[in-house]
Design a protein around this ligand. Sequence first.
Ligand code: CTP
Ligand code: MG
Length: 597
Amino acid sequence: MFSTCICASSLAPTTPTTTPAAMPGDDQAAKPVADPFLRFLLPAPKPRPAEPSPPARLVPPHGLVAPPLPLPHARPDERLFIVPPTRPSWLPPPPPPGTTVKPRPVAPPNEHRARNAGRFAGNGNGGRGRVPGAFLPPNRGRAGPERRKVATDHKSKEKKAWVAVEKKGEDAGDEDPAVGSEGYSGGDEGGNEVEEDQLELEGGEQETEQEGGDHRQRLDQQGELKNSLAVAPDGNGDVDRPIENLLMPQSNQAPRLRGRMRRRQVECRHDIDTFTPGFIELYESLKPSEEHKSKQQQLVDSLAKSVSKEWPNAQMHLYGSCANSFGTAHSDVDVCLEMEIGTGSAVEILLRLAEILRTEDKFESVEAITGARVPIVRMSDPGTGFSCDICINNLFAVANTKLLKDYAQIDQRLLQLAFLVKHWAKLRGVNETYRGTLSSYAYVIMCINFLQLREPNILPCLQAMEPTYALNVDGTECAYFDEVHQLHDFSAKNKESIAKLLWAFFHYWAFHHDYRNDVISVRLGKTISKQEKNWTTRVGNDRHLMCIEDPFETSHDLGRVVDKQTIRILREEFERAAAVLQYDEDPCATLFEPYIL
Ligand code: CTP
Ligand code: MG
């Protein structure tokens, strides 16, 4: 038995390793040789040894081993915020239920939030993705359902484009208008001292330098400029291009620069004047009614009573749009109290005023905003619904209010233009200083300067004329020629319609203004250089990316709040407006389409 066993074992090769190599045509060679009868004598086969594990990876001595992939955890400073644009309270109600409007996230107290968050994600138009949607150049226009579809497609793209914004300390501002606004309703937007803002203009403005030089040459060589001008019956180089392409190809600098350069050459559409009646009608509808004015007066009278009890010698001035004639039916009431402060401070007086107004129970939501560049008390009047800002001894504002009012009397096109621009700015969400866009006052100054520069001039430069009015404010002489009744035919030679002027205004700010080098100055009736003003770099929170000189406080740049993100927003909006006025079938409506998510 024992020997059999040994014998059997030796006769039964069990692994292929001992199997003779198979030869072609020899099936037998592959079969086991053991007799099936003896198989039960064979020892049970050993379990197969486990597959040898692959050799351990050796870290090369040079240490160039890829680090493990990071887990997708955002660092706290990269957390993403989705913030919809603000919608002015007086706008028509938001879209009906079913259309999704993202709620504004509530930020923890004291947390800085990105200004204009949501309008763009720090890469040009990327996040904003604002496209005009509902309009195309005439020869590409579509009608009816097709056109609606284009608009819807754009809208859905727009929605997707509302992406998260990185929280960035350097541009973090406070969204609370009471704290973050420029000047009249707040102070500075918080921000670290990062002197890189000018880089935005370096990038954005290369075309300015290049326009007359290399860039144009290159375009000419490519025949692009020639061709694009040739296709347009009226010399309009963009007429054969989809409007989408004209507006926002900003992820790629080169097309953007080319686009701007070409659009700069565009001549105004020949039918522009047909839109004048529509714009005039809109302007008329924006003017405050007599009833509105008398309600404002009631509020002022009631406030005057409250103030005079405590400060009988105080003088009350109205300033801002309720007094400079640029007020619309939606404007607030701005009041300045002129008084001796003695040993106290303006802030103490404002705190006391807020206390008085609260106890009197005549006004609502009374709050003292003392951290602003110009501290104020803000309140609202439940009777009229008006909001009212009160400041102390801000006589610059009183002086510039009179200046604006006097300019408005010279040519009615100033009022028309400014009303339409203010209305556009409010609806398009670019009239929010606490978010880094421009104040209404700044827009009016832009309009005045624009009309001063029109050929033939529509407005004179009152500060360059023999002064007939002067007010000394803290040692600064606010002086100018105020006998404007003598100037009623100053602009007689210029016959441009309001539609044409509106087109030209947006065209100027979209394609002609030299953001890198120029400051607009109503005081001098022209543009001056940033160098002259020493506004070439950021100083503190004054970024000087878009420079608008205040007519009397000449060290004050009304565009100081504009930062590298909001300058893009503004320029995109100017470009959109210019394109709407150039191509849209119904610019009176499309221009003012509210900017919503
Ligand atoms: N003001 C100023 N300097 C600023 C901002 C404002 O002197 N940087 C003064 C101006 O006298 C301006 C007034 O504050 O007219 C009110 O400013 P603002 O609210 O921007 O303009 P309004 O003309 O009142 O516009 P709205 O109709 O939007 O209220
Ligand atoms: Mg106002």
